[in-house]
Design a protein around this ligand. Structure first.
Ligand SMILES: Cc1cc2nc3c(=O)[nH]c(=O)nc-3n(C[C@H](O)[C@H](O)[C@H](O)COP(=O)(O)O)c2cc1C
Length: 217
């Protein structure tokens, strides 16, 4: 009798504590809804002005609040707005020509790639080879950072898309951006406002094909 009353009391106390005091890991069903309904918005469909500097700081801070083995912070972010995106577009076009990838005409068209959305974040994996944490694990952390930024942007009311493509692997582009040979571009993340166009839902993976409950055999 006593123990069941005690456990009920403990349970209620725990609930009350969680509801009123706790500032972390709060039960937030709306956050789960957001994870299950988030869609990328094509960068070319975004409109301006998009997130301002204060909003971008919030988004980037969410990007840095990720699991990170060894607390190495093995990433950095380059935020481009305005003319910087045009300069990146020119660099991409120059890279396409220098690396014999395409004709001048197509390279010219690619100049607008970086100017698709109003804000572009180049997410860079910047692992440390001197630390005992495998580089692969450090690279996983930038993936988490990118996804956190997309989710944060969505939660704050902005559209976002994670792209890579030829430019993220180009030596001309990475060198021109001051990215060292040990670093990698994990993504060009575009942020903006939603335009008129509703982003279509893509087919989602078949749950059972990707989940195994228990050990094989
Ligand atoms: C590392 C990475 C690179 C990607 N690069 C491209 C890309 O270059 N072009 C593209 O159309 N989608 C690319 N995607 C996919 C989109 O970001 C996105 O997943 C897709 O457009 C829609 O899925 P979502 O609505 O679940 O975000 C990439 C995804 C990842 C994780």
């Amino acid at each position: 009798m006593y123990s069941s009353r005690m456990s009920r009391y403990k349970h209620r106390y725990k609930e009350a504590f969680f509801l009123t005091h706790i500032k972390f890991n709060r039960k937030t069903p709306a956050a789960y809804d957001l994870l299950m309904s988030r869609r990328s918005v094509k960068a070319r469909d975004m409109i301006g002005p998009g997130p301002d500097r204060a909003m971008m700081e919030n988004i980037l801070k969410a990007g840095m609040r990720v699991p990170d083995h060894g607390k190495l912070a093995p990433w950095r972010f380059m935020v481009l707005t305005g003319d910087d995106r045009k300069r990146l577009g020119d660099l991409i076009a120059a890279g396409l020509i220098a690396e014999n990838e395409t004709s001048e005409k197509i390279a010219d068209k690619m100049k607008s790639y970086a100017s698709q959305g109003p804000v572009l974040v180049i997410a860079i994996s910047s692992p440390s080879a001197e630390r005992p944490v495998p580089v692969w694990e450090q690279e996983l952390s930038i993936g988490a950072a990118c996804q956190n930024m997309l989710v944060a942007a969505t939660a704050l009311g902005f559209a976002s898309q994670w792209l890579t493509g030829w430019a993220s692997y180009s030596k001309t582009v990475t060198k021109g951006l001051g990215i060292s040979p040990d670093e990698k571009i994990a993504g060009f993340l575009f942020f903006g406002d939603h335009g008129e166009k509703i982003p279509s839902e893509r087919p989602r993976p078949n749950f059972d094909e990707h989940v195994q409950w228990g050990l094989p055999g």
